[in-house]
Design a protein around this ligand. Structure first.
Ligand SMILES: [Zn+2]
Ligand SMILES: [Zn+2]
Length: 192
């Protein structure tokens, strides 16, 4: 019983960590798939997160779920029930966190019960759909602040790299030639 609970908790907590930092954050910084599907404002998000069978939407869902599935496979040996329950609860949470658009409101007693554990409520995840810069973490809100910090850091690094490349390109245009690439060590006459 204890092993089942531990495996279940690991699948959800570590799975959310991996999905947030290895899929969700990179998608928001460098890629388009998640933004075109999960953050497509022209469509209802209940539809594109739960009902849609469009290949792009399914691909986004599957890639986001891969960390949970991989963990469940790894921990299957210790407790198949815990691994399976983790995946089932994770899937239920996907459906539940998209219900705000259906007009569902989380009862106050559920809010009181889940807040101490930092569980993402549908109202929280609705915030991520309204403003894709906030409310990261699929299941746990404590991943939100570090996820935003990572996104800010990676964007700053990418901007710096782009600026350096643009400066190099304009310098090349001004000089009218390609930059010289040295092969091997720089010769140093007068020594050795
Ligand atoms: Zn969503
Ligand atoms: Zn997102």
């Amino acid at each position: 019983m204890l092993t089942t609970i531990i495996v279940l908790i690991i699948v959800l907590i570590v799975g959310d960590f991996a999905s947030t930092f290895f899929y969700h954050v990179p998608q928001h910084v460098w890629f388009k798939l998640h933004l075109r599907t999960h953050h497509d404002r022209r469509r209802s998000y209940w539809d594109h997160a739960v009902l849609s069978i469009s290949p792009a939407v399914l691909a986004d869902g599957l890639l986001g779920a891969l960390p949970y599935i991989a963990l469940a496979a790894l921990l299957w040996h210790f407790s198949p029930a815990g691994a399976l329950l983790g995946l089932i609860l994770g899937q239920f949470h996907v459906w539940w966190r998209h219900t705000t658009e259906l007009g569902w409101r989380t009862p106050r007693w559920v809010v009181a019960l889940t807040r101490p554990f930092g569980i993402v409520l549908p109202e929280d995840h609705d915030g991520h759909h309204r403003n894709p810069e906030i409310e990261f973490g699929d299941i746990f809100r404590f991943y939100d602040a570090p996820a935003r910090a990572c996104i800010a850091f990676f964007r700053a690094v990418s901007r710096g790299t782009r600026r350096r490349k643009a400066a190099l390109r304009s310098a090349m245009r001004r000089s009218g030639r390609a930059p010289v690439r040295r092969k091997g060590p720089v010769p140093s006459p007068g020594r050795g």
